[in-house]
Design a protein around this ligand. Sequence first.
Ligand code: C5P
Length: 418
Amino acid sequence: MNDSAAATAASCDAAGDLAGRHVVLGLTGGIACYKAAELTRELAKAGATVQVVMTEAAEQFITAVTMQALSNRPVLTSQWDAREPNNMAHINLTRVADAVLVAPASADFIAKLAQGRADELLSLACLARPIERCALLVAPAMNREMWAHPATRRNVAQIAADGAVVLGPAAGDQACGEVGDGRMLEAHELRDELIAFFQPNVLAGRRVLVTAGPTYEPIDPVRGITNLSSGKMGFAIARAAAEAGAEVTLVAGPVALATPRGVRRVDVHTARQMHDAVLPLAPRHDVFVATAAVADWRPAQAAERKLKKADGHATPTIAMAENPDILADVARLPGAPYCVGFAAESHDLAKHAREKRERKGVPLIVGNIGPSTFGRDDNALLLVDAVGEREMPRGPKLALARALVREIAQRLPVKDPR
Ligand code: C5P
């Protein structure tokens, strides 16, 4: 998937994720101000209200008119703005905000934050914010040499130590023509970082391994056996686990989905490749969620050359061999992670899910109806564990994934602090 397709797909599923959140969006001087326009729209589409504050330098790059139109609120640019009844915009701003997001944050502005300087409205508001209630997120944007300079390294470390969350920067082409670290994250990435920031950290300190998507079992170099799994549920679970603070590894079959931010991805094709990738990783994880629709069988011998249709030749018969059961093998490991299996059924969901839980030797099976979930953005789940069953009614896969992550977190043994 290219960047814009990923962004489009990502923008569809964020609706409502920031509902009820009020964000102060601070712009400082830098060419990345052009991305702040899109960011404002993304935050608003996700349900947030956005109060824009711009420094004098930011106004050289984008106008307050543009930002007012997109945020639907007058933009604040001066601490002397007399529109505030008490004339204290720098105080009022953060008393009603859930977070201040400075994007772009210039090297100069980060230096100011590091020193606690407050000579214009945005830095004043950052310094005057109630630190325990209103988070400060900072998205640096600058030339790579400025980013690498020891002074900037020092300042970034200082603001992080003071509690700021530093988002990015990314590496790549820079407006100055150079290539390197210092690009501001894209608007949809910043939106997703903010959404993740507001999720409860129920998996902090945990490692989660997820399989997702179909497998592809080759018949010959141009043909193979696969299935209709889109990978969306598994990718949503990987994203939800990362949002909940876990370190996440995603082993994915062939799918055209963007990797969720902060998730380490390993791409495989066949069931045996998935097995070989997962088994050595599993013991280092606290949780294993097997959402992949793994092929039960593969052609016993993939032909080296394309099978040709020729007059007089019989239709080929393909001998099949059984694939390893990844979930069952992980569940049998000494010191196995907490294992969660999926059951995609067409009927008798609860019965099949209960049987599968016993057969695979896992504590939790999540049932869903295959034909009504494959490829879709929504799903309905049935959780089956030793205690009983629990339905999760139809909803967006990401919402269900977040709810499932909370259910898993509740079932984990308390982590040994050693
Ligand atoms: O055996 P069945 O395919 O019905 O079980 C589904 C569950 O087992 C899913 O969690 C799936 O990811 C996992 N599985 C696996 N390896 C296989 C087959 C299924 O990990 N070979």
